[in-house]
Design a protein around this ligand. Structure first.
Ligand code: HEC
Length: 173
C-alpha cells in the first residue's frame, strides 16, 4: 500500500517534470521563431506605415507581378484607372475589365482597417483561376509589392509568408 502510494507519487512527479519540459520546449521554439531579425515587434500590433516589408522583397514581388498579374491589374496596380483613354491603345494594355485597382485611393479605402493577413489570403486566390498556384513566399512578396505600389514605406524586415504573423499588421494610417 505504501509502495503503491509511493509509485503514484513518483508517476505524478514524472508527469509534472514531463509537462514542465513540454512547456519549456514550447517557449524555446516560440523564442526561436521570433528571434532572428523578427524580434518582439512581430507580435506587436502595427500598421503598414511602420515599414513592414523590404525593398528587395517588393522587387521579387514585381518579377512575379510582371509574369502573372500585370495583364489584368496593369503596370502599377491601378486596374482600369491606369488605361489611358487614347484610341488605338494596344490590347495588352487594356487589362481585365473586371479587375479592380490594387493601388490607389479606391483600393486603400476598401482595405482600410483590414489586416495584412486578409490581403495575403485574398492575394493567394490570384491569379483568377489559379488560386494557390504560387508559393506562400511568392504571395508574401506580392503583398509587399502591393504595399509599395500604395506608397507605404519599406522597412528593415520582410513581410512573413504566414497568416498568423500578418494578423497584427493593419492596413491604413
Ligand atoms: C485574369 C485577370 C487577373 C489576373 C491575371 C490577376 N487578377 Fe487579381 N483580380 C482580378 C479580378 C477580376 C478581381 C476581382 C474579383 C476578386 O476579387 O476575386 C481581382 C482581385 C484582386 C485583388 C483584390 C482587390 C480588392 O479590391 O479587394 C487583389 C489583391 C489581386 N486581385 C491581386 C492580384 C495579384 C497579386 C495577381 C497576380 C498573382 C492577380 N491579382 C492576377 C483579375 C485578375
Amino acid at each position: 500500500m505504501t509502495l503503491h502510494r509511493y509509485r503514484n507519487c513518483a508517476t505524478a512527479a514524472a508527469a509534472v517534470i514531463a509537462l514542465a519540459a513540454i512547456v519549456f520546449a514550447a517557449e524555446q521554439s516560440v523564442g526561436a521563431v521570433s528571434a532572428p531579425g523578427v524580434q518582439a515587434a512581430s507580435a506587436a500590433k502595427r500598421s503598414v506605415i511602420d515599414g513592414v516589408y523590404t525593398v528587395e522583397q517588393a522587387k521579387r514581388g514585381r518579377e512575379q507581378y510582371r509574369k502573372r498579374c500585370i495583364l489584368c491589374h496593369l503596370d502599377n496596380g491601378e486596374g482600369q484607372q491606369a488605361v489611358p483613354e487614347i484610341a488605338g491603345q494596344s490590347l495588352e494594355r487594356e487589362g481585365d475589365k473586371e479587375a479592380p485597382p490594387i493601388a490607389g485611393q479606391a483600393f486603400l479605402k476598401k482595405w482600410n482597417g483590414h489586416t495584412a493577413r486578409e490581403l495575403f489570403e485574398k492575394t493567394s486566390t490570384m491569379p483568377v483561376g489559379g488560386a494557390n498556384s504560387l508559393t506562400p513566399q511568392q504571395y508574401a512578396d506580392l503583398v509587399a509589392l502591393i504595399f509599395e505600389m500604395n506608397k507605404f514605406p519599406a522597412g528593415p524586415q520582410e513581410l512573413a509568408p504566414a497568416g498568423d504573423q500578418l494578423e497584427p499588421i493593419t492596413i491604413g494610417r
